[in-house]
Design a binder for this molecule. Structure first.
Ligand SMILES: [Zn+2]
Length: 181
């Protein structure tokens, strides 16, 4: 880890505490998946922006914690040609894998003109200290992308169409063999 790991643990614990207090104050239960938080850190590990998954019972989550923290930061610093060096910490209150999803990684790539993203720290149950650290360039190259459930649903209609086509083929194809899949 490039930033002192004690600093990362402290911010993680603060984020989890803050989120638990917010959840209790709001009076309704959120699903575990919604409990994502993000802190953007400057070069010395000081948090300069925070984000949480926007959770609404009626509408699906459309802005993830990472995207929100980066958006808030950009709104605050305004137009500038100066490139900021940052690290990003993503946390789930239950300590499970909070690796940024495909959409968030793509967003971070889009913002590379404004930010030099050095490391992504995220909670992971397989790490002894609960935190995994990956260089952003490595994460961006990793073909194993995670799709959030919201994005999976957006992708699903296509698959359903294919399934319909398969069903039709099976029904009318005669030989019970699907020609599509
Ligand atoms: Zn995401």
């Amino acid at each position: 880890m490039s930033i002192n790991s004690q600093v990362i643990y402290r911010i993680r614990d603060e984020l989890i505490k803050k989120r638990r207090e917010q959840t209790q104050a709001s009076g309704y239960q959120t699903t575990m998946n919604a409990n994502h938080m993000c802190a953007v850190l400057d070069q010395s590990g000081v948090p300069i922006s925070f984000g949480t998954n926007v959770f609404n019972i009626k509408t699906p989550t459309t802005e993830h914690a990472e995207a929100q923290a980066l958006r808030k930061l950009m709104e605050r610093i305004g137009r500038t040609t100066k490139k900021l060096k940052i690290d990003i910490l993503v946390v789930r209150t239950n300590g499970h894998n909070s690796k940024p999803c495909d959409r968030c990684i793509r967003r971070m790539e889009e913002l590379q003109a404004r930010f030099t993203i050095r490391h992504i720290y995220f909670t992971h149950e397989d790490e002894s200290d609960g935190i995994r650290c990956v260089k952003f360039c490595k994460l961006a190259q990793d073909p194993d992308r995670h799709y959030s459930s919201y994005d999976r649903n957006l992708r699903r209609p296509k698959q359903n169409k294919l399934q319909d086509l398969c069903d039709k083929e099976n029904k009318f194809g005669g030989q019970n063999v699907c020609k599509v899949c």
